[in-house]
Design a protein around this ligand. Structure first.
Ligand code: FAD
Length: 288
């Protein structure tokens, strides 16, 4: 998507505005292959203006209340897919229990866009430069996916299958994001931008210090974020933090194979991921 579409008009489509999830899912079933759901609409409307997608039906999820809630349940923190980036940043529960996501949400476009961008829409677009999925993977999040017939759960790392491609079927939507509750949590999200405001690299770290475990995910390098944890980063809790950070950032740098594009070369992205990894780990674990 260019973000500077030459078109000012939308192609013709039928606008549908269900008020329940059941209604939305039954519309998706009825118009399978001809319909697209609209969340915030930021990406969808631009792609339609550019005629990159021309759905006959647009199903607006805006009025479905159950997709807009944040609940603490036995499974963890359950976030409706229509919760916006601003709501994530303002929620007491998200700030306390999902600090990595609260911080990532502050990067989801500018402040005005953040009132509209939804978490479900942000991860469904499957673009390397978006921030939601990298944070969710570091938190080991699950996604609840529904069609009119079925409900299934996938790990957040299974959503993206290619550039702009996700693993959802045409009649399915993401209804909830479930972040498991693992007690005592610390997290951060760092993003490096250049003047074009497109991410060169992002790093999310989520740690559960009481369990001596953490995950580190590097985004914006390739269609799918790179996942690491304390084991793959050979973190030794007996050694000084600085030694661990040095080793971990070397491992990240050796593992990632970033894309080259007009924004940055592969080598530059690799270097930035190494630097961001060290900074993010230092922020979470301290050390010199
Ligand atoms: C100038 C600009 C800069 C931006 N910068 C950033 C940035 O730095 N970081 C960042 O993270 N984002 C950024 N964004 C936003 C990002 O690019 C996406 O546009 C946005 O996250 C999409 O969210 P949405 O809720 O508007 O989804 P929509 O545009 O409504 O939907 C996007 C796609 O996902 C599908 N979809 C939506 N919800 C669901 C669901 N629940 N289940 C299944 N499919 C669904 C839609 O059918 C559509 O195909 C930027 C956007 C703009 C315009």
């Amino acid at each position: 998507m260019s973000f500077t579409t030459p078109y000012f008009t939308l192609p013709k489509f039928v606008y549908l505005k269900p008020s329940t999830l059941e209604e939305a899912l039954s519309m998706l079933k009825q118009y399978k292959g001809k319909a697209k759901v609209k969340a915030g609409g930021i990406m969808l409307i631009n792609l339609m203006k550019e005629r990159q997608i021309v759905p006959e039906y647009v199903i607006d999820l805006k009025n479905i209340k159950e997709l807009k809630t944040i609940n603490i349940t036995q499974r963890g923190v359950e976030i409706g897919s229509m919760v916006t980036a601003i709501e994530l940043q303002n929620s007491k529960e998200i700030k306390e229990l999902c600090p990595t996501l609260a911080k990532a949400a502050s990067f989801m476009g500018d402040r005005t866009l953040q009132h509209t961008v939804t978490l479900g829409g942000n991860i469904s677009v499957a673009m390397p430069s978006t921030d939601g999925l990298t944070a969710l993977m570091s938190m080991d999040s699950m996604l609840e996916i529904k069609s009119a017939e079925e409900r299934r759960f996938i790990h957040s790392s299974e959503l993206v299958i290619g550039l702009g491609k996700n693993s959802l079927k045409e009649d399915e939507i993401i209804t909830k994001i479930i972040v498991p509750y693992n007690g005592d949590v610390k997290g951060t999200y760092l993003k490096f931008l250049n003047a074009s405001e497109v991410a060169i690299a992002t790093v999310a770290v989520t740690a559960h210090l009481n369990k001596k475990k953490f995950a580190l995910v590097v985004g914006a390098l390739a269609p799918k974020p790179y996942y690491f944890n304390n084991e793959s980063l050979q973190w030794n809790w007996e050694e000084p933090v600085s030694v661990n950070i040095q080793r971990a950032s070397e491992i990240v740098s050796k593992t990632v194979e970033p894309m080259s594009d007009v924004v940055a070369s592969s080598e530059y992205r690799k270097h930035i991921s190494k630097v961001l990894t060290a900074r993010a780990l230092k922020e979470v674990f301290g050390g010199e």
